[in-house]
Design a protein around this ligand. Structure first.
Ligand code: BTN
Length: 269
């Protein structure tokens, strides 16, 4: 997206997309504090299902657990609005489709096979290349989900070094792993097409077990030792499954089972 201005990016993307709803309304910015904040604050009459907000760089990118997200030019910083027509209980599964869609899109564009880490990190060679942030708004009968995708695409890993030192999980970039730059517009196209596929085929029909099975196939977390940070407490155990609510299940040394939800902070050993 480097040399193109916002309206050209918009026009090119609209032409490329073969989706029914994803990306039918597009906002593109050279620079924004956060695409997530922008999408969260769009009023109801501009928040259509499939609306996307993209920025070339973010000044105050937001990560999970209140962390910041370093977002220099060259990365793919995008938020997608979803207006679910299903129960709030299934909203949690949108985190899995985000990660699955990004992994599929990376494979389509680079032939690199990614692994997934709960709840929605995408890894290459055990390093994080993409994180997903889900914000949910429920007001009376109206629901709105904002899915933020932060994909370290065409950036030198030296630019995200701060991130590397402040987290347990190391970070990487697509450029570093692939050895080449990728076309961000093709990446956006693939991600949106895959989100639509998973969303329409599984989530809106309530077929969430299919999503969990696909996610498990791409994850290598099961069987691993992990720690959950619960306030000041650290709980250690072995991950053995994901239940039907999308929670991670961890067996503790006293054989009791700890349920780990989206809002918990978990690290693998
Ligand atoms: C994580 O912590 O793993 C999630 C990171 C999500 C970052 C993306 S970048 C696009 C969108 N805008 C933001 O401010 N955050 C999300």
């Amino acid at each position: 997206m480097k040399v193109l201005n916002e309206s050209i990016i918009k026009a090119r993307l609209s032409k490329l997309l073969k989706t029914r709803k994803m990306g039918k309304s597009i906002y593109v910015f050279n620079e924004l504090d956060s695409t997530q904040d922008y999408a969260n604050s769009l009023p109801k009459n501009e928040s259509f299902h499939g609306t996307i907000v993209i920025a070339r760089k973010q000044n105050i990118g937001k990560g999970r657990m209140g962390r910041n997200w370093i977002s220099p030019e060259g990365g793919l910083w995008m938020s997608i609005i979803l207006i679910p027509d299903f129960s709030v209980d299934n909203i949690i599964f949108t985190q899995f489709i985000g990660a699955l869609a990004v992994a599929d899109a990376i494979f389509e564009n680079t032939k690199i096979c990614c692994k997934l880490m709960w709840p929605n990190d995408v890894l290459i060679n055990e390093k994080k290349v993409c994180g997903i942030l889900i914000d949910v708004h429920v007001e009376n009968e109206t629901k709105k989900i904002v899915m933020g995708i932060g994909l370290n695409a065409n950036i030198a890993s030296s630019l995200i070094n701060d991130y590397l030192t402040s987290h347990d999980l190391k970070a990487t970039t697509l450029k570093e792993e692939y050895g080449n730059e990728v076309d961000l517009l093709f990446l956006v196209k693939s991600i949106l097409e895959r989100i639509e596929y998973y969303y329409d085929n599984f989530i809106s029909c309530g077929n969430t077990s299919e999503i969990i099975d696909r996610w498990k196939e791409k994850s290598d977390m099961l069987g691993k030792k992990a720690t959950v940070h619960d306030g000041n407490q650290m709980i250690v155990g072995h991950i053995f499954d994901i239940d039907q609510t999308g929670a991670l299940l961890m067996k503790l040394s006293d054989t009791s089972i700890k349920k780990i939800t989206y809002y918990d902070n978990v690290t693998l050993h």
